[in-house]
Structures are given as structure tokens and as C-alpha cells.
Design a binder for this molecule. Structure first.
Ligand code: PLP
Length: 390
């Protein structure tokens, strides 16, 4: 059975060039970057070249890029350190954030007594920046704003430049979870005055277990892991040289091919929207995901019937896709994002599915998905009134 992969917001397959680069580093660059001999210094050079490459694209200084193991670690490090070391007493966030931000904020409330304030998204999943400005002006407490750049479920994009300006004007720190947009959108941090951001290599055809935190030099943030002077003492522990090399190669490819990949994916996304509208009557699209201003890699659909088994049924047909099931009862619960934007009726009677694309996605993958959805169809439901008459 041919396998079809439509879950690229969860993770992406490795690029062949990334694999080759990593294998080379595994074989030949096994030195510890902290060792002073030449093998160690060769490994150190690999790290510093990747750091410089990333810093050049983001228009920041290399010292502001701190390698970590993933997006989750970067977000944890930034939020926890901002509370622990920068005196943050209040966090403004939203119910749309990834769990690694949402749960870290809750932990800061529980353990450190930090005040948490949630902005309310509208039915399209957009935030009101006037509400943010009012919230910023409503207190003198030292505040961290943490709002993601693009949502990993519905693809809505936040204007982080405007948010960063508002935070600056109101003396608040601003962290943006940029895990879904790094290497997919052209980001210039010399024009966006945010303080912190995060990145994960496996979201753009790099390896799992490798990412970085952007930490603005002037912020004064400290790391959480102690016991070594690696990463400018911000993250102790011998660096994952192979993973960082893979991150660097995936980053380099994304920078040279960004426009080409973007155009390819946008064409596939438009094709998917058109096919789904044509073949699945009553289908809806969640958030802004079907609009051109959304992140081009994500399309979140709402099937007009409830089928909690759809992810499993599609998997049995060889299609890997994330469900984010909106069940009113049972084990699986709708996500916070969908609960924030869908009506009770939609949550109870419909089925959301997240289709996420990469430049490897083909039109035939979309055809296979649409055909599978048609074949699975609306599940047979015995209405209560029918069963009573039997
Ligand atoms: N933030 C967002 C928006 C994500 O989509 C993800 C991954 O799904 C993460 C953070 C966590 O990244 P990682 O898997 O590298 O820990």
C-alpha cells in the first residue's frame, strides 16, 4: 500500500541532503566542540557556521542563537527564565498556544504566582490587538506577552511586528512561538522588535531533537540547564553536533528554495480546497486556513458529520493525517484551539481534520484523500426515534 503523508505540521520527512550531511558529521566529526584539539575545534566550527548562517538570515547576531533540543525546550527555557530571572509577574497569552507554552504558563502561575491573562480569539481564531493594548496598559506589573506567530492547527498568522511594537511601547517583553513559521516565512528580526522566538528543525525537513531559541542580547535572560559553559552558559551540556549540522543544512535549503516551495505548496493547497468543496458537500474550513493570508502549509477542515474514527479509517487506507477530533464524549477531546473557535453544535456534530502540506505533497495525494473521505462517507447513525419504534 502506498503511504500518503499529510501531517507535515506534526513533522516533516528528512531531506536527502540533510541525511548525507548528518551521516558525514556522525562518521568524521565526532570531536567534542569544547575540546581544544583539532577534532574538537572542527566540531566547534560546524556549530558556529550553522549559528552564523541562521543569524544572517534572521538579521540578528550569532550570539543571540542558542541551540536547544526542540521547540518545546526553547519555549520552556524562555518563559521559565523570564519569570525566574527577569522578574516577570504577569503573562499575557491566548488559548491558541501550543501545549508547551500553555502548560508552562500554567506552571508559572502555580509555582511562582504569576498572573495569567488570556486574550479571547474570535470565531475565525483571530486576536484583537486593541484588547492586547488595553491589557498591556491595565497594569504596571512586569509583563511577558507570549503569542504564537502561526497557529499549528488552523494556520492563522499573527502580525508579530505590530505585537512587538505594542509590547515595546508598553515596556513588556514579547516571546513568539515561531516553530511553524521559521524556515517557511522570511523573517527579519531587525524589523520585528521581539525579544524571544523558537525554532524546531523537524518542521522543515531537518532532524528531530534539534532546534534553537532566539534570545535578544539586551534581554538579560539566563538559561535553565547549568553545569557547563556551552551555548554561552545558556544551555549546559555537550552540543548535538550532528543534529545542529542537520538543522543548518535544512535551514540553508529552506532559505534558497523558500519561494519555490511556497509556490508549489500554495498550488496544492488551492487544489485541495477546490476538490474538497466540490466532492464533500457541506464542508467548512476552520479559522483562516482556507484564506490566502493563512500559513500556506496548513488547511483545517470541518466535515459535516461526526466520525471519531476517521483518523483510524484514513490510516487503514494508508493516509497519515491529524484529526483533532471534536467528540462531545469519550476519551478524545477537542483541542483548546477548536474549543475556542467552534460552536457547541459544530464540536458535537462535525469532525475536524488538519491537512498539512510540504513540497513533497502531490495532487495525487489530495485525490487519494478526497476519494478516501468519499468512500468512508457519513457514518451510519441509528436515530434515537428509530430505535424506539423497533
Ligand atoms: N510550538 C508549535 C507551534 C508546534 O507546532 C510545535 C510542534 O508541534 C512545538 C511548539 C513543539 O516543537 P517540538 O516538537 O520541536 O518540541
Amino acid at each position: 500500500m502506498e503511504r500518503i503523508y499529510l501531517d507535515n505540521a506534526a513533522t516533516t520527512p528528512l531531506d536527502e541532503e540533510v541525511i548525507d550531511c548528518m551521516v558525514n558529521v556522525l562518521k568524521f566529526n565526532y570531536g567534542n566542540p569544547s575540546s581544544t584539539h583539532s577534532l574538537g575545534q572542527e566540531a566547534k566550527t560546524i556549530l558556529e557556521e550553522v549559528r552564523r548562517k541562521i543569524a544572517n538570515s534572521l538579521k540578528v547576531t550569532p550570539g543571540e542563537i542558542i541551540f536547544t533540543s526542540c521547540g518545546t525546550e526553547s519555549n520552556n527555557m524562555i518563559i521559565k527564565s523570564a519569570v525566574n530571572y527577569l522578574g516577570v509577574e504577569r503573562i499575557i497569552t491566548s488559548p491558541l498556544e501550543h501545549k508547551c507554552v500553555a502548560e508552562t504558563c500554567l506552571e508559572m502561575k502555580k509555582l511562582k504566582g504569576v498572573e495569567l491573562l488570556y486574550l479571547k480569539p474570535d470565531a475565525q481564531g483571530d486576536l484583537d490587538l486593541q484588547e492586547l493594548e488595553d491589557a498591556l496598559k491595565s497594569s504596571d506589573k512586569k509583563t511577558l506577552v507570549t503569542l504564537m506567530h502561526a497557529n499549528n492547527e488552523i494556520g492563522n498568522i499573527l502580525d508579530i511586528r505590530k505585537v512587538a511594537d505594542l509590547c515595546k511601547e508598553n515596556h513588556a517583553l514579547f516571546h513568539s512561538d515561531t516553530v511553524q513559521t521559521m524556515a517557511h516565512l522570511d523573517l527579519d528580526f531587525s524589523k520585528i522588535p521581539l525579544d524571544f522566538a523558537s525554532c524546531s528543525a523537524h518542521k522543515f525537513h531537518g532532524p528531530k531533537g534539534s532546534g534553537f531559541a532566539f534570545i535578544r542580547k539586551s534581554s538579560g535572560l539566563k538559561g535553565l540547564i547549568t553545569g557547563g559553559s556551552q551555548e554561552r552558559s545558556m544551555r549546559a551540556g555537550t552540543e548535538n553536533v550532528t543534529g545542529i549540522a542537520g538543522l543548518g543544512k535544512a535551514w540553508e535549503i529552506s532559505q534558497t528554495k523558500m519561494e519555490d516551495y511556497k509556490n508549489l505548496i500554495i498550488e496544492i493547497k488551492h487544489y485541495a480546497i477546490q476538490q474538497l468543496k466540490e466532492k464533500i458537500p457541506g464542508i467548512k474550513f476552520n479559522g483562516r486556513s482556507a484564506e490566502d493570508k493563512s500559513l500556506y502549509t496548513i488547511l483545517n477542515i470541518l466535515l459535516p458529520y461526526r466520525n471519531p474514527l476517521i483518523g483510524l479509517q484514513l490510516d487503514m487506507k494508508g493516509i497519515a493525517i491529524s484529526q483533532g477530533s471534536a467528540c462531545s464524549s469519550g476519551a478524545s477531546k477537542p483541542s483548546m484551539v477548536l474549543m475556542s473557535i467552534l460552536s457547541e453544535d459544530e464540536l458535537e456534530c462535525c469532525t475536524p481534520l488538519r491537512i498539512s502540506f510540504s513540497h513533497y505533497t502531490k495532487k495525487s495525494d489530495i485525490d487519494a484523500l478526497v476519494l478516501a473521505l468519499e468512500e468512508i462517507g457519513r457514518p451510519f447513525v441509528i436515530e434515537k426515534s428509530d430505535s424506539l419504534h423497533r
